[in-house]
Design a protein around this ligand. Structure first.
Ligand code: IMP
Length: 185
């Protein structure tokens, strides 16, 4: 089956190509600009995207993700893109200076619309914490400051290693489970 990933984020695209590709899906990139709403949850943002894009596209997936820092009640969360643009990783590390509780999680919500089927969302989270300093040069976004094992940041993992444990890798597994169980019906 061919799956079109609508995203302008090359880092996400590489991860989808790898994870879905390994499961036998043919992955292509769709560039369909659309306005994302600002909402309280990733699911709301994705559900709105599904609605808007379904008017012109009949087969695609979209992804909205965020970094949720416990000590800041989940900030930047749904504001992650804005926080990365304005504060950057250095700014977030500065905000975290002297903060002992460094727990954080990445969350990924995937929206999926396939021909003749109802659209749906699946989400997954990956628990970890914020490092004291940036590490690594792979990946994208907040990868250099996030770790699950306290040793290596996401930016020190290759794509397959990251996909095995990441929010996006786990969300893809949930997506594929759902697609396969629907196919088996
Ligand atoms: P978006 O709105 O889903 O594109 O993502 C919000 C922000 O989180 C963007 O700045 C992304 O670069 C960042 N982000 C999303 N997923 C990841 C990830 O897997 N690793 C690091 N940063 C990410």
């Amino acid at each position: 089956m061919k799956i079109k990933v609508i995203t302008s984020n090359e880092g996400k695209m590489r991860e989808y190509a790898r994870s879905l590709g390994a499961l036998g899906y043919e992955v292509c990139k769709g560039k369909v600009p659309y306005d994302e709403i600002q909402a309280d949850t990733l699911e709301e943002v994705v559900s709105h995207g599904l609605k808007v894009l379904s008017e012109t596209e009949d087969s695609f997936i979209i992804d909205d993700s965020g970094l949720f820092i416990d000590r800041f009640d989940g900030f930047p969360g749904v504001y992650s893109a804005y926080a990365l643009r304005t504060l950057g990783n250095e700014g977030l590390l500065k905000l975290m200076e002297g903060v002992d509780d460094r727990r954080a999680s990445f969350v990924c919500c995937i929206g999926c619309k396939l021909p003749g089927r109802d659209a749906f969302t699946v989400s997954a989270a990956c628990e970890g914490h914020i490092l004291e300093e940036r590490r690594g040069s792979l990946g994208f976004g907040f990868d250099p400051i996030f770790t699950t094992d306290g040793e290596r940041s996401f930016a020190e993992l290759d794509i397959d290693e990251k996909n095995r444990i990441s929010h996006r890798g786990l969300a893809v597994a949930a997506l594929v489970d759902r697609l396969r169980s629907e196919e088996g019906r």
